[in-house]
Design a protein. Sequence first.
Length: 361
Amino acid sequence: MNIRYCAIPPQPPPPLPAGLEADRLNAIIATRFTWLNGTVLHYYFFDRESDGSVITIPEDGTERWVSWVGGKDQQDVVRESFQAWKDLGIGLEFAEVTDRVEAELRIGFQRGGGSYSKVGRSALAVGTDQRTMNFGWDLTPPDQRSTALHEIGHALGMVHEHQSPFAGIVWDEEAVYADLAGPPNFWPPEKTFHNIIRKHDPSEVNGSAWDPQSIMEYPFNPGLILEPEKYRAGLFPPGTISEADAVFARRWYPSPKDAEPLRLVPFRSVPLGLKAGAQADFVIAPEATRDYTVATFGESDTVLVLFEEIDGEPRYLTGEDDGGRPDNAFLTAHLVKGRHYIVRVRLHSSWGPGQTAVMCW
C-alpha cells in the first residue's frame, strides 16, 4: 500500500538560554507554538499562475515549474476541514481572505512538493510571498481528505502523534528508511528521521498519552513497527479528528466567554493572576493618536500580542514572546484615536513571587 506522508520542514529550536529550570523550560516548550485564544486565523489560497516554484523530480533529477494554485475542488476540501475544527467549539476563528498580506496562513497546492504545514505561531516567521502550508496531492478522494485535517492540526500547534515519547513505538528502522525511500515519497534518510523516527520532547506533544486514533497519527504498513506488538500488522487510524484531538484543541482554545475584556488605561497596571498556560484579554481605546507601549512586568515568561479590530475582526499587529529571557515582553505600536485594539497575554510560567502585571503608556 503506497502511503503519502506529511513532511514538516526542520526548524531550529527557540533560542532559549542555558540553565533554565526544568519546569520553566517545559512550560515554554509546551506553549511556544499555540496561538492566543480568540485569534482569527486568516487563510489565503495562492491564485495566480505566477505563484509557484521550480522543483526537482526525484525519479530522474530533472527540474520543472510547478504552480501553487489549486482548483476549487481542492480548496473546498480545505475549507470544509477548517470548519470541522471550528465545529469542535474552539475559540479560534478561521476567515478566508483574498490578500496574502492579510493572511497568517498561506496555502498552496504544489503537486509533487509534498504536504506540510508550519506548526502554530511559527507561521508568522514566513514571508508573505511564501507558503505556510502546502498540499502535494489530490485531496478529493475519500481516503485523502484527512490530509487537510492533519495539516490544519499542525497549523493549530499539534505535532505528529507517532513521534510522541509516550507511544512506545519501536521501529524496524531499516525497513522504515527503505519504505520511505521508495514511491510515492522518495524521502532521503534525514527527512524520514525528522518526520518518523525522531522522538519529540515530552513537553511538546499533544498529550500525556499516545492516541493511535489521532488525526495527527500516520498510517503505517505491516512490517515497520516492531512494538507495540499489536501494530506489527500495520497501523491504520481512521483519518478523523479523535476525541483526544478535540480535548487538545479545546484545552488551548476554549470557547470564548461572554465577559467584556478589561480596559487598559495608560499608566495603570493590571495584575494578571494567571496560572501557567492561561490567558487574559484587554482592550485599548486610545484617547489620542500616538505611539503606545504595552509591556508585562514581573518574574514571568509570557506571550504578548496586540490586535486591531477591523470590520469586527481582530487583525494581528505585533507580538512578542519573552520565554526564557530575564526581561519582560515589550512592544510599541502607533495607535489611532477612535479605533479599537485588543491585547492578549498568555503566561508560560512564573517564578519568584509569581506576581505579573500588564500596563500600557
